[in-house]
Structure formats: C-alpha cells, structure tokens
Design a protein around this ligand. Sequence first.
Ligand code: ADP
Length: 220
Amino acid sequence: MADKKQFVVIGLGRFGGSVCKELIKLGNEVLAMDMDEQKVNDYARYATHAVVGDSTDESTLRSLGVRNFENVVVAIGDNIQASILTTLLLKEMGVNNVCVKARNYYHHKVLEKIGADKVVHPETDMGKRIAQQMSDENVIDYIELSEEYSIVELIATAKLEGKTLIKLNVRARFGVTILAIKKGDNIDISPSPDYQIGKGDLLIVIGHNEDIKRFEDQVM
Ligand code: ADP
C-alpha cells in the first residue's frame, strides 16, 4: 500500500464526507473541517481530527497549520464564492495539491485560473461512469484516463473461453493491451501469452476508446 499521507478535507457534505471516510479507510490521516458544528460532530469518529471553522478565514487556516499539508480537498458545495476564496488562500499559502469540487463550468474555469491542481465534478463524472457501465453489459468498471483513453474491466464471454492471449493477439489487431486478468479473487498482473481465458474472467484492458470498442465488438 502507498505511504500514509496527510489530508485536509474542507466541507463535510455528501462528497467531502465520503472523501474523508475513504481516505481514512485507505490508512491516511485526515483533518476534517466544516463550519457546521453538527457535521463536525458527525465526522469526529471517522477523521483523525475534526474541527469547526470557516475556511475563508485566513487566520483559521493558519492556526490549523493547513499550509503544512500537502493535500487539501475543497468540498464546499453551493457556496461558490467560499470555494473560490478558500482555494485562493490555500494556493497562496503554498499547499501543493489542492483538489476542488466545482459546481459548473464557470466555477471550474475560475478554479483553474487561480491554481487549483485538480477540479472535479462528482455528479457529472459519476453519471458518465454509470452510463458507460450500464450501456455495455460487458463493462464492469471504467476509468477515463483522458478524453480518448480509458482502462476498462471487461467480463470474458463464452466466446473467449479457452482462447490464449497469443492467439487473440489484441495488441497487434486492436492496439489495446490486456494489463491484468482477474479470476475469482486472484489477479494476474502480467498474464503470460499462453494464458487460456475462462468465461467470467475479468480482463483489465487499456487503450484508445475506439480500439477498446472494436476489441469488444469483434472478440467479446
Ligand atoms: P454536497 O453536495 O457534497 O453534499 P454540501 O453543500 O451539502 O455538499 O456540503 C458542503 C459543506 O461545506 C457543508 O457541510 C457546509 O457547512 C460546508 N461549508 C460551506 N462553506 C464553508 C466554509 N467557508 N468553511 C467550512 N465549511 C464550509
């Protein structure tokens, strides 16, 4: 597992709350902050430290030592002004990696301009992901690497049963690479060319979206 890191999560709504819990689950330390005392109480048992505070107040951020953290997640929902001001303060303090939840396109643009390192749209991103998964019954999971490239987890159909990777020759035929194969609980991260695929194996495939589609259409 990766080294333990220290995070600040600002805003403990549904998104920030879920980021906080998952970071802790992954073994990291989290300073959770919200101006709503009730939220802070709710998260006190998950976060390493949970504090009540307004992140648009520079002296609060300073007294909490936020500048010493490498990673901060700004998960302020509706208050775009507070989200922008918080991001600005964090970047001015020299926080290296600031990830911010954006409400809309304009918010996103401003965040980028003032130096946010990552801007996310959880609802739209998740919507896309769910649509991808649901519109294709072979797709179990999907990670968008860029507009054009993805990693997908495909479930091997009966058509693939017994075929070896060398016979499928997917890299030459489709330009995609099978990174790993999951069979039950086992994962083989460098499957050998003579590995025989079984029905139900999960193939983790990386490539251009169009190439992955061609691979699925012709082979799966
Ligand atoms: P979500 O859509 O992820 O559920 P919410 O809008 O419900 O987001 O949650 C945002 C959280 O951010 C709220 O708990 C709110 O109290 C908190 N918040 C808003 N502004 C600030 C601020 N300036 N400082 C700290 N927390 C804030």
